[in-house]
Design a protein around this ligand. Structure first.
Ligand SMILES: Cc1cc2nc3c(=O)[nH]c(=O)nc-3n(C[C@H](O)[C@H](O)[C@H](O)COP(=O)(O)O)c2cc1C
Length: 172
């Protein structure tokens, strides 16, 4: 049995930002056929939002396999790793879901979402269920000068999402 232990988002916010900055976090996506994938992300913003939920923004380029899932299903789970998962996070940041099932390859355990279709990751100490409420297509000025020089079709789409739940999973 999986037990979801609720976490206070703001108590975790320092760790979320720190992991984004150092090695990245996992973003778990799902396409309209129900196929899950994991992508490592280092670009992220968090902050308070007037709806009451925290807001989290991620940036994903259309070159990524995960981008197609994010376009099809406007829900994702941010799974914040610890040091023990560094290898799995690096793997998800260099291999594509086009070629490999990353949950199987990394032996990470998918846990069905409570309010979203994407899976949480059992081994990650923080999981954030997110629902996209708007996305910004390029051209935009939020990315680095290096990224802004790329052709428009290769520039990141920025997804703004409400954080619906924050928790840690464990088996009981
Ligand atoms: C530390 C790190 C941070 C990354 N951050 C991002 C990011 O913010 N946005 C993005 O589109 N790709 C980012 N990437 C690259 C993707 O994780 C990588 O291209 C991945 O293989 C794409 O997987 P997919 O094709 O299955 O979606 C990052 C990679 C690493 C290693």
């Amino acid at each position: 049995m999986i037990i979801h232990e609720p976490l206070d988002f703001w108590s975790c916010s320092g760790e979320i930002l720190s992991r984004l900055h150092r090695g990245g976090v996992l973003c778990s996506v799902i396409d309209q056929l129900g196929r899950p994938n994991l992508i490592t992300l280092g670009w992220g913003l968090i902050g308070p939002f007037y709806h009451g939920h925290p807001v989290l923004a991620i940036a994903v380029t259309p070159d990524r396999f995960s981008w197609h899932a994010l376009e099809e299903v406007p829900e994702f789970t941010i799974a914040v790793p610890d040091d023990a998962l560094a290898e799995a996070v690096a793997f998800c940041g260099k291999r594509s879901g086009r070629d490999v099932d990353k949950f199987k390859a990394t032996k990470l355990t998918p846990v069905p979402g409570q309010q979203v279709r994407s899976f949480a990751v059992l081994e990650c100490p923080i999981n954030l269920e997110c629902r996209t409420y708007t996305r910004v297509h390029p051209p935009h000025l939020l990315l680095t000068p290096e990224h802004r020089q790329k052709d428009l079709e290769h520039q990141h789409t920025i997804y703004f999402a409400e954080v619906l739940a924050a928790y840690r999973c464990r088996t009981g």
